[in-house]
Write a protein that binds this ligand. Structure first.
Ligand code: SF4
Length: 317
């Protein structure tokens, strides 16, 4: 394949030449002509809208976990149900607890199963995947806690590349472009992952990292010119509970004023974010520490609708 079709700012098809794309050597060269579809659910209204309007073969949600017992999910019955879904211990999430009810409500509303997956906890990836806190330049948390668990699930369950529906809205063509720029010469995104270890040689026993071509992104909301207001209107009065903001409550992409407000709404979770800072971990942001943000005396009441959600690929709405 040398070209693919994307939808430009006017929702019109446009051919993109893939011949100049970087050639890496993936381990898998079989690409079916008819790819299975996956809706990646984030717990926000936009990805829920995609799942409701563009049914896929599979809906997948990746849960971000933290180990802090002060952030323990309060409803014990639901907490155990979540452990059963993810097949891993669940103490609490770095996101608004409402996200758990969002996904459970959506399972009922959509009438189709949502596959719950999870990666290592946020505590673990800070210590072991990065060794320092992720930040705007090195956002490895999205890869380790959202993208990689979904990739692992896709590879173990489907075992071949899939079409992933991405919930970028009609005015988010720049974000779609960035993703398209990362496609390889087959029109697929790749991920470096290790499913096995070296059995011989100097690397014996170490992870064997390989490139997998695994997803072809699709942007149905850009193609069909769907904006945020249509999505908001759609979910009004529907029996699905949504948090005012999805994604991690202390995400470093958020405006510091909103982060300050999160200290009022989610004090335990923001304390977790604050407690990660310092020493060799560094800081979530280059401009302000979370301790400084937390101590700031807010003089104004906020219009929360003035803030956008985290803008980080798989963590989006
Ligand atoms: S919401 Fe922010 S902090 Fe959480 S995984 Fe995404 S980028 Fe990282």
């Amino acid at each position: 394949m040398s070209t693919i079709t994307i939808f430009n700012c006017f929702g019109e098809p446009e051919q993109i030449n893939l011949e100049s794309k970087p050639k890496i050597r993936p381990v898998n060269d079989y690409i079916p002509t008819d790819l299975k579809t996956v809706n990646s659910m984030s717990g926000g209204k936009t990805s829920a809208y995609v799942a409701a309007h563009y049914p896929a073969g599979y809906n997948v949600f990746s849960l971000v976990r933290i180990e802090d017992s002060n952030c323990r999910f309060k409803d014990e019955k639901i907490r155990r149900l979540v452990e059963d879904r993810i097949q891993a211990p669940f103490i609490g999430t770095a996101e608004d607890d409402t996200i758990i009810y969002t996904i459970l409500d959506l399972e009922q509303y959509l009438g189709t199963p949502i596959h719950w997956v999870t990666g290592p906890t946020f505590d673990w990836i800070v210590k072991n995947a990065g060794g320092w806190l992720p930040n705007k330049l090195h956002r490895y948390c999205t890869t380790e806690m959202k993208i990689r668990p979904i990739f692992e699930w896709v590879w173990r369950t489907i075992g071949e590349p899939v079409t992933v529906r991405i919930g970028y809205r009609a005015n988010e063509t720049k974000r779609a472009r960035k993703m398209i720029d990362r496609l390889n010469e087959n029109g697929l995104l790749t991920i470096k992952h290790s499913f096995r270890k070296w059995e011989t040689g100097i690397h014996k026993g170490k992870n064997r990292w390989e490139h997998f071509q695994w997803q072809r992104p699709e942007f149905p909301l850009i193609r069909d010119r769907i904006y945020k207001c249509q999505i908001e209107n759609y979910w009004e009065l529907k029996p699905v509970r949504f948090a005012p903001f999805n994604n991690c409550v202390g995400c470093f992409h958020r405006n510091p004023v909103l982060l300050r407000k999160q200290f009022d709404w989610h004090p335990e979770k923001m304390n977790w974010f604050q407690s990660q800072e310092g020493g060799k971990n560094g800081y979530w942001r280059s401009d302000l520490s979370y301790e400084t943000i937390g101590k700031h005396n807010l003089q104004v009441e906020l219009d929360v609708s003035a803030f956008s959600e985290c803008d980080s690929g798989f963590c989006e709405g």
